[in-house]
Design a binder for this molecule. Sequence first.
Ligand SMILES: NC(=O)c1ccc[n+]([C@@H]2O[C@H](COP(=O)([O-])OP(=O)(O)OC[C@H]3O[C@@H](n4cnc5c(N)ncnc54)[C@H](OP(=O)(O)O)[C@@H]3O)[C@@H](O)[C@H]2O)c1
Length: 269
Amino acid sequence: MDIANYKIGIIGGGNMGRAIIKGLTGSLSSPKITAWDADSNCRESLENDLQVTIARDNRELATDCDIIILAVKPQIITPVVTEIADLLTDNKLLISIAAGVPCERLEKPLSNRVPTIRIMPNTPALINRGISAIAAGRDAGEEHLAITQKIFSCLGETVIVPESSMDMVTAVSGSGPAYVFLVIEALLDAAVGIGMNRELARTLVIETILGSTELVKKTGKQPMELKDMVTSPGGTTIAGLAELEKNGLRQAFNAALTSACQRSQELGK
Ligand SMILES: NC(=O)c1ccc[n+]([C@@H]2O[C@H](COP(=O)([O-])OP(=O)(O)OC[C@H]3O[C@@H](n4cnc5c(N)ncnc54)[C@H](OP(=O)(O)O)[C@@H]3O)[C@@H](O)[C@H]2O)c1
């Protein structure tokens, strides 16, 4: 299966639409990409800066393309699908990256049994370091999942999940970057609080988080085991860890993920 054989249409050329286009043009030699955005300045910049073909409108894009990726805000999804519904047939693939929009909602306005796929990417996708969770709708099969994985691997890693896991995925990796940014910010402020200058603190905190994450990933060891390796009896690390436990770090993350997951369920209704 070669992505170069498919015409890919991107509806919505904002942050994520652009990241997908940049990822595809950066990883494929001559991808066939068409885009459309409601904003004329955005269309102009897509054409001039990213060298993609601009469709006359969403209907022309849906007619011409084999794979249609919806990269518009969640509240715009149903109007856009309704606008192109009669042009979508079972040999096309409809992909949505809209947070909290189930495949069922994509399928509702359709007149044909069009394969649909729902994806939850996350913001590091903007620098091709994201993780995209991919779930198949009613009529999507293995081949549709495989082509979607190929397309979204240009934004980083991909995993296939059942759609029933999407609220949990939203809480963990969709919202996850914000938790990490908060942790970085808190560590930076704490470092400044003990007298370190902010520039040095930024370098130390970022490299510590990047290096520790890579260590977990590359060694395959449990975080607990790696934590034990740096925790000597009566030392500095155990003193710091004891404060984090006493101040409820673990409970705070449990509550955060439970709450984000519930909110995702509510928004999906
Ligand atoms: N950003 C993230 O980190 C992230 C992560 C996971 C999932 N997502 C999902 O990705 C989707 C896009 O997010 P984003 O941050 O890229 O949004 P965005 O920057 O606002 O981009 C959406 C673009 O779609 C355009 N648009 C609006 N109505 C349209 C229509 N009928 N036809 C074609 N284009 C239309 C918008 O134009 P106007 O500005 O003129 O309305 C805007 O340029 C959302 O559904 C979001 O849930 C985003």
